[in-house]
Each structure stands twice: as C-alpha cells, then as structure tokens.
Design a protein around this ligand. Structure first.
Ligand code: A3P
Length: 331
C-alpha cells in the first residue's frame, strides 16, 4: 500500500496540548477526499467507537462491546459476521476506493452503532473530539502487534511468500517505526481520565478479563448479572473465539481482492499470547526494535509499562522513567 504523509483539516487542540504541526500522519495516497469526509462525519449521540492499532485485540474487545450494547444477545452475535454487526470505518474504502462503501454500512446501521477505526486521534471525526461519544481504546505491545500483523497479511495476501523475518526487517527499515504506534496509543493514554474515554490494553484483558468486563459495563452504563458475566467469559475465551466463524474475519477475507488472499491461511484468532514475539522474531531484531521503541517512548515521556497499563502513571516517577527507558526494561 502506498502510504503518504497527510495533513488533517484541523487538530484536536482542545484535548491535547502538543506541537500538532509536527505530528506526522500517514494514510494511503490520494485519500484526501475520504479523510475530509471522515473529519466531517456526522455522528449520532449514542454512537460508540472502538479505536485501536491493527492486531491489538480489537475483535476481542469489539465482541464484548457489541454484546454489552445488545443486551448480551449471544444468539445474535453467533448468527452474523462481526464486521456486519459493527463495521470497520476504513475497510470499504481501502478495498474498493469508494467512500460510499465505508460510510454506507455505517449509515444503514440501527442505533446504538458500534464503529471500529484504526485512525489516530487527529484523523478521526472531529465531532468525537467534543467528548459526547464514548470511545474505547485498546493498546498492545508493538512487537506482538507486528508479528500478528505479519500473519494477518499472509492470510489476506499482502505478505504471501514473505517470511516473518523478512517482513520484520522491512518494518525496522521504515522511517516511522515505531513513532506512529507509540503516538497513536500515547494520545489516547493522555485522554484516559476523560469520562468519555475507556483506555485499556490487550495485556490487561489477558490478565483480568473479568475485571475489564466489569469496568467496561460500568463505563457504558450496561450492567450485567452473574449469569451474563459467566456467559461472556466463555464466549470471549480464546478457545471459543478461535472456533467462532463470526469473529475470524471470514467476511472481510471474502471481500479482499488481493490475488494471493487465502493462499496460505493463518487463523485470525491465532495465538493470543502476551510477549509471543520473543519466540518468533530473531534476538537481534528484537534488540534493534527495542532501541527504537525506547527512543520514541522517551521523546513522548512515557514508558511501555504505562501504555500497556502494567504500571500506573503514579507508580513511575520521572527518574525511574528515565532509568527504565535507558535500560529498555519496559519491553
Ligand atoms: P495474535 O495474532 O497474536 O494471536 P485484532 O482483532 O486487533 O486484529 O487483534 C488480533 C489479535 O487478537 C490476534 O493476536 C488474536 O489471536 C488476538 N485475539 C483475538 N481474540 C482473542 C481472545 N479471545 N483471547 C486472546 N487473544 C485474542
């Protein structure tokens, strides 16, 4: 995909005080019109958004959110592909280069709509910056996310014929690794105490799914009883989601027009581990990546433990943060 630097029509200056002019944002070439339509997108008051970077546990959280917003309708969830119940804003445009293929399915959806996007804060609809809609953000260790992206790309055709190590060398050679990843998460991390934002991580969901379900149900004001909690825990378990055809993005795969799509398949719900990258990437690749990650974290004044909610902001003092960044302990 041909990615170029893009400039949004305006920035969320009311939310985060930073040098937005120097925030490099990238999107597919010739997408100005689509990005303008997204920027100006009309929202309904009860729209809920799930915002993530790819392969950070979006589908997992999205399934939970859809169920909470739909009175725990497990039968309904199993009867329809997730992408049709809760659309991915950029998908239709990215496959068919037609904005209507993105906005149409969202406009047709009955309320409350649950909308997925991988766009960063500054590229999302400016209406969201008013803080009237609820937004759920999920972060994940960048290296686990990149490994997961590789396998997804093999199944969808983009990485077919390429080894994981070749793919990751290309990631390391790109100028913006891992700036976009860190800044995308850090911007939402900075908003984590806003009443309209719920910020969590894949790592937290692995550690305490019950706790995350309780927190999200309170955030959405959608209480659940004990029986629903047990059913949610089962439905959202790795084993159940792995065998659930509606949560493995088969609908999306059928839309993708890449000539190599489907030639080598890796299940969408694939491994689901924290730190799985450690036995998939080469040690020298991990070392190089960590140096770059620590540099960008330091520039942003945050640690990976903070972004992944493994440590609370108040638990990390400035000198510790400096030390941690120097020694690369956060990864
Ligand atoms: P892996 O490829 O590392 O296994 P996304 O939905 O954002 O694309 O994220 C996909 C990642 O979430 C995949 O990671 C997938 O296996 C993992 N995942 C999905 N459902 C999960 C679950 N119930 N438990 C643990 N991991 C899950």
């Amino acid at each position: 995909m041909n990615r170029v630097q893009v400039t949004p029509r305006s920035y969320p200056t009311n939310l985060i005080d930073k040098d937005w002019g120097n925030r490099k944002l990238f999107y597919t070439k010739d997408s100005e019109n689509f990005l303008r339509l997204v920027h100006d997108m009309k929202l309904r008051d009860d729209d809920v958004w799930i915002v993530t970077l790819p392969k950070c546990g979006t589908t997992w959280m999205q399934e939970l959110l859809w169920l909470l917003l739909n009175n725990c309708d497990f039968e309904g969830a199993l009867a329809k592909d997730q992408e049709l119940r809760t659309p991915f804003l950029e998908f239709g445009y990215s496959v068919f280069h037609d904005p209507n293929r993105s906005f149409g399915p969202i406009e047709d959806l009955k309320s409350p709509r649950l909308i997925k996007s991988h766009l960063s804060l500054a590229l999302l609809p400016s209406k969201l910056w008013e803080g009237k809609n609820k937004v759920i953000y999920v972060s994940r260790n960048p290296l686990d996310s990149y490994v997961s992206r590789y396998y997804h790309g093999v199944s969808f055709g983009f990485n077919y014929g390429k080894s994981l190590h070749q793919y990751f060398d290309e990631v390391l050679a790109s100028d913006d690794f891992p700036t976009e990843f860190i800044e995308h998460a850090h911007e939402f991390y900075q908003l984590r105490n806003e009443p309209w934002v719920f910020y969590t991580s894949f790592e937290m969901m692995k550690k305490d799914l019950r706790g995350v379900i309780n927190d999200v149900s309170r955030f959405l004001n959608k209480p659940i009883n004990d029986q629903q909690m047990e059913k949610l825990l089962k439905h959202l378990s790795f084993a159940e989601m792995k065998k659930n055809p509606t949560t493995n993005h088969l609908w999306e795969l059928a839309q993708v027009q890449h000539e190599n799509a489907g030639k080598e398949m890796h299940p969408f719900v694939r491994r689901g581990d924290v730190n799985g990258y450690k036995d998939e990437l080469k040690p020298e690749q991990i070392e190089k990546a960590n140096v770059r990650i620590q540099e960008v974290l330091a520039k942003n004044g945050v640690t990976l433990d903070e972004l992944l909610l493994l440590k609370d902001h108040s638990e990390v003092n400035n000198s510790e943060r400096g030390e941690q960044i120097k020694q690369g302990q956060a990864v």
